[in-house]
Design a protein around this ligand. Structure first.
Ligand code: ADP
Length: 482
């Protein structure tokens, strides 16, 4: 617990407790060295139901505020998050493992959603529709959905919450959030700042549990939860979707991906290499929009591989708290074993190991940045989300062939391609089956744009003006006898 007192503002974690003092606790550990950080309450179903009931009461008052009043409070939250960036980044790196610089980046990215939606909610316009009858007016209103709930993953412990909470609160909804049990401290600290900004604690409770399926069923069976927003695996998303049918809840699902990263022969090769490194190795490859498979045009394949491998081999692996480290640990041992196993199977299926290929000696859950070449379309590593620092490289000969390979997946979240041919850029972008395309860019996430997928990658969009609509209902008023 000594580390908490080393934060600039130890009170940020005043809901966290010393290990061993709770009857039913979640012990949060550092994925780099497996050290226990602290323990927090493992909430009961009764506590969660209580939180939902209180959220319902708080929502009624919150919705009565004007959009501008809500915006002012959200703006204060945004400012407090940025002011506490150092502490939030430290907490995040300790419980999640990503390098401190990336954690600081995520705090700014997370805060940007609060700023964006506080402004956007002022523009939640209804419409006045020309009437077919002269004695009638047809008007639509945008109203908050009501009490909403979110279930968030551990890979972006702050941004995945603000991307849901900010539009929900800005729209006038309550938001009950269950963070991943690996990373609840970032969520608790973020919520603490929200309460200090004037957001009523009952409006945005954080519920923590080791039994995620149980909380999932409480949320989906509760008649007062009108919407559920989930970010996580496709399997769990499908399960929540079928459960939520009972209450016909609105859903946003941001699920798995299998992003292709294509480099055409006419690309700027150095830019493509830099984009590939950023897209693949950010967060040790643990993002749903990470490049998962690389397709390189035969003419430039060898040159790309040699430039890429030189940069991959130079990446520094280790403890995210060390400022020189660029690739931190995977979230837990299970994740490490899964990645190790995927690499072994890829090699057994004919891939060539060019660098990495094993856990980093003496670095806890870290896996060495890995490049595999000679990966053929039937290799199993191309079929699933790797969620680790492993880059499988395939070679291709024609545009149509590579588009078909990109689309040969159940997923459809992000795709990336590099080309300088404007005709090809429009042609390929239109044909890729996915929700987002990075064209000559390896990092595409921003609060201003709609983030989301097609096929088994999900439903709905977060960010942009679309992100606010997810928390608004349209009510039609037919005003007659005028
Ligand atoms: P990941 O593989 O990224 O951990 P998950 O889908 O397992 O993805 O987890 C994402 C979030 O969903 C976490 O908060 C986790 O606790 C929660 N979760 C996992 N299983 C369920 C479930 N059956 N119902 C509801 N939430 C779940």
């Amino acid at each position: 617990m000594r580390w908490i007192n080393q934060l600039n503002d130890p009170e940020l974690l005043n809901q966290a407790f010393a290990i061993g003092t709770l009857t039913d606790e979640i012990v949060v550990t550092n994925p780099y060295n497996h050290q226990a950080l602290c323990a927090i309450d493992n909430h009961t179903v009764e506590q969660v139901n209580h939180a939902i009931a209180d959220a319902k009461v708080a929502q009624a008052d919150w919705a009565k505020l004007s959009a501008k009043q809500r915006a002012n409070i959200l703006r204060r939250w945004h400012d407090l998050v940025l002011a506490a960036a150092d502490d939030l980044a430290t907490i995040m790196t300790l419980e999640q493992g990503k390098p401190l610089l990336e954690s600081t980046g995520e705090v700014a990215y997370g805060a940007s959603f609060i700023e964006w939606f506080s402004e956007e909610a002022k523009r939640a316009y209804g419409r006045h529709i020309p009437s077919p009858a002269s004695d009638r007016h047809i008007v639509t209103l945008k109203q908050p959905v009501g009490v909403t709930a979110g279930i968030t993953p551990w890979n972006f412990p702050i941004a995945m919450i603000t991307r849901k909470a900010a539009p929900a609160l800005a729209a006038g909804c309550a938001f009950v959030v269950k963070p991943a049990a690996n990373t609840p401290l970032s969520a608790l600290a973020l919520a603490q700042l929200a309460y200090r900004a004037g957001i009523p604690p009952a409006l945005m409770p954080v519920v923590c549990s080791l039994d995620a399926p149980l909380i999932g069923s409480v949320f989906t069976q509760h008649p007062d939860i009108r919407k559920l927003s989930f970010t996580g695996s496709t399997a769990v998303g499908k399960q929540l979707m079928s459960q939520s049918a009972a209450q016909l809840q609105r859903l946003s699902l941001e699920l798995g991906g299998n992003a292709p990263f294509v480099v055409f022969a006419d690309a700027d090769l150095n830019a493509a290499v830099d984009g590939a490194i950023a897209s693949k190795f950010r967060n040790a490859g643990q993002t749903c929009v990470c490049a998962n498979r690389f397709y390189i045009a035969r003419e430039i394949h060898d040159e790309f591989v040699s430039l890429f491998v030189a940069k991959v081999a130079a990446l520094t692996v280790g403890n995210g708290m060390d400022s020189a480290v660029q690739v931190g640990p995977l979230i837990d041992e299970r994740a490490l074993n899964k990645v190790n196993d995927l690499v072994d199977k890829a090699i057994a299926a004919g891939a060539t190991l060019v660098c990495g290929g094993q856990p980093a000696p003496a670095h806890g859950n870290c896996f060495l940045p890995t490049v595999l070449t000679d990966v053929t379309p039937d290799n199993p590593i191309l079929k699933q989300e790797i969620f680790g620092p492993v880059a499988p490289i395939c070679v291709f000969d024609s545009e149509q062939e590579v588009i078909a390979q990109c689309n040969d997946t159940e997923y459809g979240l992000a795709s990336y391609f590099y080309s300088r041919d404007i005709n090809r850029i429009w042609r390929v972008a239109a044909q890729l089956e996915c929700g987002m395309v990075g064209i000559n860019e390896g990092i595409i996430s921003t609060e201003l744009a709609p983030f989301g997928g097609v096929k088994h990658s999900g439903i709905g969009r977060e960010g942009g003006s679309e992100g606010l609509d997810e928390y608004l209902e349209t009510k039609y008023l037919c005003m007659g006898g005028l």
